[in-house]
Design a protein around this ligand. Structure first.
Ligand code: NAD
Length: 321
């Protein structure tokens, strides 16, 4: 089997490769050529850790495997990042293990690629102002990916912990764009595209703060109980997701569906838009919302891309197992 260490992954996965891999696998899901297995996630009663597996099979891309890992809240005090994961790929023809790939960078890259795919396919082409809600580890990856999709002229942002906003300012500066920290009313009134990427358990953005024509990528809610926006906002929006089953159980839509504001049948996989099965945004006034919950097939898609490049460049270590 091949080992691709965590430290090698950033160089092996240019952003365009992550974007293309995620866009392709979302389309494969819509065509019924790829599917995710039920997610296992357990509080293991040790170190307050959450541990689990996300697996799937992409017949079109010939990727079978899983991501194993989770969240260890005490890691930071040990000089380690709290989210830890490794992706394992298996040969779909024989079941033999093919590769183990560090999953920490790849998780950030595939999550940023997912919201960027939604911005490419669902936001207004004339979008000029990017609004960021959240300023944690993922936010910089999210902003960089979004800025490649439209000719944004400015970034505005809000965060629950204002002392973290410098990350957004620094990331916008990297791209040569001005950044302004604003209150949520102004963020909703000015932004054409809004990304939410927080670990909030209560709604941050209210439905009345959002203007017509906006595209929202809600990326932080990936667990039962988490929530970033007012459920009424989903009732006003056309709602898209990576996978409907995850959207209604662990995604942002869990709250709007549970309270009867929207039906599960009203949520469309973004892959259907990519595959030409759904028109996507149909008017400049429409609010579109992408509920990005994070599926195994995204992990397998970027890990496969990394393994192919590592083999081509001689950067993978082969071990017998
Ligand atoms: P982080 O710990 O680095 O940052 C957390 C962010 O949430 C910060 O902006 C912080 O200010 C904010 N926050 C914390 N408590 C809050 C509260 N009570 N109300 C509002 N905001 C609050 O985390 P990160 O690595 O940037 O991840 C952010 C979120 O994205 C997490 O919930 C994580 O689970 C989720 N995530 C989702 C996917 C996906 O595929 N959808 C992938 C990776 C991470």
């Amino acid at each position: 089997m091949l080992i691709v260490p965590e430290a090698a992954c950033p160089d092996l996965l240019p952003f365009d490769a992550a974007f293309d891999a995620v866009e392709a696998v979302f389309a494969a899901m819509a065509r019924g050529e790829a599917y995710n297995f039920p997610v296992i996630r357990e509080a293991i009663g040790h170190e307050d850790a959450l541990y689990g597996f996300k697996g799937g099979f992409d017949r079109a891309g010939s990727a079978l495997g899983l991501k194993a890992g989770g969240y260890w809240p005490n890691n930071q005090a040990r000089g380690l990042i709290n989210h830890q994961s490794t992706i394992f790929l298996f040969d779909p023809d024989t079941g033999r293990v093919q590769a183990a790939v560090g999953g920490n960078y790849l998780t950030a890259a595939r999550t940023a690629a997912a919201s960027a795919v939604s911005i490419k396919h669902l936001s207004r082409p004339d979008s000029k102002v990017l609004g960021m809600v959240g300023a944690g580890h993922q936010s910089a990856f999210q902003m960089r990916a979004a800025l490649r999709q439209r000719k944004f002229e400015k970034v505005i942002g809000w965060n629950f912990h204002p002392e973290m906003l410098s990350r957004l300012a620094d990331t916008a500066a990297e791209a040569g764009l001005p950044f302004e920290a604003v209150e949520l009313d102004r963020l909703g009134a000015e932004a054409d595209v809004i990304i939410t990427i927080t670990s909030s358990f209560a709604p941050i953005l209210k439905a009345d703060q959002i203007r017509p024509g906006v595209h929202l990528a809600c990326m932080g809610t990936d667990t039962k109980g988490k929530q970033e926006v007012d459920p009424e906002l989903l009732a006003r929006a056309t709602v898209f997701t990576d996978e409907v089953a995850q959207s209604v159980s662990i995604g942002e839509a869990q709250h709007a569906v549970a309270s009867g504001l929207i039906a599960e049948s009203a949520i469309t996989p973004v892959g259907a838009v990519i595959a030409g099965q759904h028109p996507g945004r149909v008017s400049a006034e429409e609010i579109t919302l992408f509920d990005g919950t994070g599926v195994a097939l995204q992990d397998l898609a970027v890990a496969s891309a990394v393994v192919a490049r590592a083999q081509a460049e001689g950067k993978a270590t082969e071990v017998a197992i």
